[in-house]
Structure formats: C-alpha cells, structure tokens
Design a protein around this ligand. Structure first.
Ligand SMILES: Cc1cc2nc3c(=O)[nH]c(=O)nc-3n(C[C@H](O)[C@H](O)[C@H](O)COP(=O)(O)O)c2cc1C
Length: 161
C-alpha cells in the first residue's frame, strides 16, 4: 500500500498533522509551496509578525504522478474560507489520479467555509473519489480526538478489509 500525503502549510499546523498521519500510516509527504502573490504576501506578513514561524520548505513540482499510489491524503490550511492557492496549484499538476481514493482535511481557526466542498469538486473533476473528509478547528486540533479519527479513517481507507 503506497500512501501519498500532499499538503501546504505556512505556520506548521497542517504539516504537523501530515506528519502525524505519516508516523501512524507510513507514506511520503509532498509539501507544496506556491509563489503566487497572495501566498507571498501572507508569508511576508507572517515573517514580520512576532512569534510567528513561517515554514520555508516545500516546492511546486512540475508534475505529481499518483499512478503508483493507492491512497492520497490532501491537507490544506483555510484562507478566507477556501483552500490555499498552493494546494489548488498542486491539483493542476496531478497525473495518474483517475479512480484513486483521497482523504481530505482542512485546518482552520474556527470557520472552514467552503474549503472541503471546493477540494471535493476539484478532485471529482480529476476522477478521484473522497473516502473521508475532516475540517479541524484550532481547539479540535489541540484536543486531538478528531485528528485521531482522521488517522483512523486513513488507516481504514488504506486497508478496507
Ligand atoms: C491569510 C489567512 C486567512 C485565514 N482565513 C481563515 C478562515 O477563513 N477561517 C478560519 O477559521 N481560519 C483562517 N485562518 C487561520 C488558518 O486557517 C489556520 O491557522 C491554519 O490552521 C493554519 O495552517 P498552517 O499552520 O498549516 O499554515 C487564516 C489564516 C491566514 C494566514
């Protein structure tokens, strides 16, 4: 079973959950970073905000080939009720994804808006099916119960028997 975890993360919350999934289920994390204007402005503001650590890692590959993956996990922070631009840019370079199963998650402060619906629609257009979806608010992430449920869903989707 090959698991691919695709995420974007600016202050580490989403990446931290991607790491927890990888630690529990194995697989490879592909961290996406985008240089579009909004992402650069947010990163710039974050770097100049005291106490905020903006991640410098990640890239936007020319192609992400999922043909060898059995399950894909996709995680995004919520910006303005939507997925971050980086994650939608990653969708544009996905190949080999037709018929693949995905578990999607969004991390946010309090209001995920239409983030999961947008991801679901984008992935359906790529021929993928959603095996599970989670929006994780700050308090829920701190509590840990919903993150554990997300990990359990990934394990179940990876090994449905
Ligand atoms: C530009 C920007 C917009 C945001 N918009 C929302 C939002 O609409 N709803 C919400 O609940 N949180 C919002 N947040 C908070 C983030 O979604 C939340 O802190 C997220 O977990 C950050 O993930 P990261 O640490 O992986 O970057 C916003 C944060 C930023 C920087």
């Amino acid at each position: 079973m090959k698991l691919t975890i695709i995420c974007a993360s600016y202050t580490g919350t989403t990446y931290g959950i991607a790491e927890q999934i990888r630690n529990a289920c194995g697989g490879e994390i592909i961290e996406i970073q985008s240089k579009d204007l909004l992402s650069r402005v947010v990163a710039f503001m974050g770097r100049h905000s005291p106490g905020m650590n903006v991640r410098e890692s990640g890239s936007l590959p020319e192609k992400i080939d999922l043909s060898g993956s059995d399950l894909v996990v996709i995680g995004t922070p919520v910006w303005g009720g939507k997925p971050v631009p980086a994650i939608r840019k990653a969708f544009a370079v996905l190949t080999g994804c037709k018929g693949k199963k995905a578990v999607i998650f969004a991390t946010c402060g309090e209001n995920p808006g239409t983030t999961l619906q947008i991801l679901e629609k984008d992935l359906a257009a790529k021929g993928m099916t959603i095996a599970g979806q989670f929006s994780l608010k700050k308090k829920e992430i701190e509590d840990g119960t919903l993150v554990a449920a997300l990990i359990a869903k990934v394990q179940e989707a990876a090994d449905p028997a």
